[in-house]
Design a protein around this ligand. Structure first.
Ligand code: NAP
Length: 262
């Protein structure tokens, strides 16, 4: 029970395949108290709330469009009020126009598509961190989810890779500036997992196959492995770690990487 008495706000759950859902399952199993912030848009989100009410009874579910700073502030404050403070926050939010994450990067990107992907997928981590800071206990831990496309040029990932690079840099700068408040900031770089967001990336099944063939562990990862790694980063067991990107990808990032012809 490494998260006993830890009060965590989880963003980015859409359904039971969401990596954030797996994080919540791991955190609950380790004794955490949870609150959720979900995007309020349409009927699909009623389903998200129903899933969360069923799987995490009693956990507050707050509405929050991460494109709006006031909504972020309100959701974080409401979560902190409901839980009596915060010890951690998971940022698991990303978005890019579908046409920007398929085909050649320069052929499918424009100024608006670039700004949107960077705003929702990278800036929102900083916005949540700023909003959470006044509510965080000493030793608080902020975690976000990133991908290898931040470090390498991969087929189809395109502007999302640029956004993840900004996200990872944000993790380092947040860790640097919030360290004096005794707050840690880290990222988990997850291997590919079939989720709704991943389904938008061109040739995703090919990526899964390549990882299975080339990763040192000769397999893909599962969402619960991401959940367990994030639980560790929320816990005091990781108290000496900040500004880090932990790869949970069956070791794939140490290999020569993708070859489109394979
Ligand atoms: P997911 O279940 O589709 O989660 C993505 C979440 O982002 C959804 O809950 C989505 O809400 C939310 N979101 C998008 N725009 C938002 C906004 N304006 N306000 C609030 N929420 C917003 O997919 P996932 O794969 O678990 O993604 C979670 C994180 O893991 C993302 O940062 C992703 O890049 C990262 N990641 C995923 C993989 C993978 O292979 N799956 C690998 C590495 C990293 P709606 O659906 O309601 O819009």
């Amino acid at each position: 029970m490494i998260l006993q008495k830890k009060r965590l706000l989880i963003t980015g759950v859409r359904n039971r395949r969401s990596l954030a859902h797996a994080v919540a399952v791991s955190a609950l199993a380790q004794g955490a108290q949870l609150a959720f912030a979900v995007q309020p848009v349409d009927k699909a989100h009623d389903k998200t709330t129903a899933i969360l009410n069923e799987d995490f009874p009693g956990a507050p579910v707050l509405q929050c469009d991460a494109a709006n700073d006031d909504a972020i502030e309100a959701a974080v404050t409401a979560a902190a009020t409901a839980l009596g403070g915060l010890d951690g926050l998971l940022h698991a939010i990303a978005f890019a126009n579908r046409e920007s994450i398929s085909g050649g990067y320069h052929e499918h990107i424009d100024r608006d598509g670039f700004a949107l992907a960077l705003d929702i997928s990278a800036y929102t981590m900083t916005a949540f961190a700023k909003a959470a800071l006044p509510h965080l206990s000493a030793g608080g831990s902020l975690v976000t989810l990133t991908y290898l496309g931040a470090e390498r040029a991969l087929p189809n990932y395109n502007v999302m890779g640029v956004a993840k690079a900004a996200l990872e840099a944000s993790v380092r700068y947040l860790a640097f500036s919030m360290g004096k408040d005794n707050v840690r900031v880290n990222a988990v770089s997850a291997g590919p997992v079939k989720t709704l967001a991943a389904a938008g990336i061109g040739d995703f099944s090919k990526i899964l196959k390549q990882v299975q063939q080339q990763a040192p562990l000769k397999r893909n990862i599962s969402a619960d492995e991401v959940g367990d790694a994030v639980a560790f980063l929320f816990s005091d067991l990781s108290r000496g770690i900040s500004g880090e990107v932990v790869h949970v990808d069956a070791g794939f990032h140490i290999t020569a990487g993708f070859n489109e012809e394979q």
